[in-house]
Design a protein around this ligand. Structure first.
Ligand SMILES: [Ca+2]
Length: 378
């Protein structure tokens, strides 16, 4: 009996490893935060082996994120230790402009939120909160969502979100219409929606719907809609240094509509992005004005009819339409998406809209100029 159980356990573990292996992209380095460091305010800890009766110290951590976030005050840092957390986390406490609240996976992507059966993995309903470095899966609408201004979603890994193609739609990471000036930076987002059901124009990877949002260094692929999408109340967004590929409807959309705040999608800066191998590339849709599209690479979008650009109220300058020569492009996420040494994206970027570092937390500008996309190579 014991032997049989061991064999069964071994098979289960092996199967799990195989499945994880298929889902886990072959990213170029052990993910870390590079030169990013959280602030040094009062610091508390959560661990799956902790207890909510503990005091939240490193030696006596709390057990659940849902309990821990209720203990936070402005300036606090919550370090979430490795392990799986089967919960949906709602954040209701705000920081301040000078004392942000930081909720961080102690090791990048090692704190895993499994939100099976819940709408959201992490649901931020307050302001001046940073959500950093979590892996989030299995939510039924959106992995991480912000409802209020001044929040930042940094370095997270969101995948396999089970959004339905109905009026609610869904997304990987989301700055909703009142999340003004939110920052989406360095997130890896893929498999958003059930891909076997084909494209859906309401389910996106990175979704930004509020005024003056900033979208930088993100990697989005295999969403049923656009890899990167703007809609609702968005205006004056900054979208730079992202990589969007192999999404089912399109690569990058600038658009506004269905909007109770009366904004138009105008005064955007869309620069230094790489958009490849989607059915359509970079587009403007519905209520748009004058936007700046500078030094983007849009290539191989569309098969029978190549549609790298479809702008309605703006023009694009400095664009490349050529193979970016990534080290090992694979449409399923198992490749290596850093540019090769001879890539045309190296040093091709403009300096405006520059993020503080790249996807890996490394210094953003090396060499003569920024590289297009999320990685700064040299
Ligand atoms: Ca460079």
């Amino acid at each position: 009996m014991v032997k049989n159980r061991l064999i069964t356990s071994f098979i289960v573990i092996t199967l799990a490893a195989c499945i994880t292996g298929l889902q886990q992209p072959n990213w170029p380095a052990t993910p870390s935060y590079g030169s990013y460091t959280p602030p040094s305010g009062p610091t508390y800890y959560v661990s799956p082996s902790g207890s909510n009766a503990n005091d939240g110290s490193r030696d006596r951590p709390w057990a659940t994120l849902s309990y821990a976030v209720q203990q936070l005050r402005p300036g606090y840092v919550l370090r979430v230790l490795p392990g799986t957390y089967n919960e949906s986390v709602q954040v209701n406490v705000s920081g301040t402009a000078s004392q942000r609240i930081t909720i961080i996976s102690d090791t990048r992507w090692a704190a895993k939120i499994n939100a099976q059966g819940q709408l959201f993995g992490i649901d931020v309903r307050s302001s001046f909160v940073d959500i950093v470095g979590f892996e989030v899966t299995n939510a039924s609408n959106t992995g991480i969502i912000s409802w209020r201004p001044h929040n930042r979603l940094l370095f997270n890994y969101v995948h396999h979100i089970n959004a339905q193609c109905d009026s609610n739609g869904g997304s990987g990471v989301n700055m909703s219409p009142y999340a003004d000036e939110g920052l989406l930076l360095g997130n890896l987002v893929h498999d958003i929606g059930n891909l076997s059901q084909g494209f859906c124009t309401r389910i996106h990877g990175v979704y930004a719907a509020a005024p003056r949002v900033v979208v930088q260094n993100n990697i989005a692929f295999r969403a049923r809609g656009f890899g990167i999408d703007t809609w609702h109340a968005v205006t004056a967004a900054t979208i730079t240094h992202n990589l969007s590929f192999a999404n089912l409807y399109g690569g990058l959309k600038v658009g506004s509509g269905d909007n109770t705040r009366g904004n138009r999608a105008e005064n955007f800066l869309v620069a230094n992005n790489i958009v490849i191998n989607n059915p359509r590339g970079i587009v403007e849709e519905f209520n748009t004005g004058l936007n700046r599209f500078l030094n983007n690479l849009s290539w191989n979008n569309g098969t029978s009819n190549n549609v790298n650009w479809r702008l309605s109220t703006s023009t694009h300058q400095g664009s490349l339409s050529t193979n970016p020569l990534l080290l090992n492009y694979q449409p399923d996420g198992t490749g290596d998406y850093r540019p090769a040494q001879n890539s045309p994206v190296i040093d091709y970027g403009i300096r405006e809209g520059l993020p503080p570092f790249d996807f890996l937390g490394n210094p953003r500008v090396l060499g003569a100029a920024p590289d297009l996309g999320p990685f700064e190579v040299r």
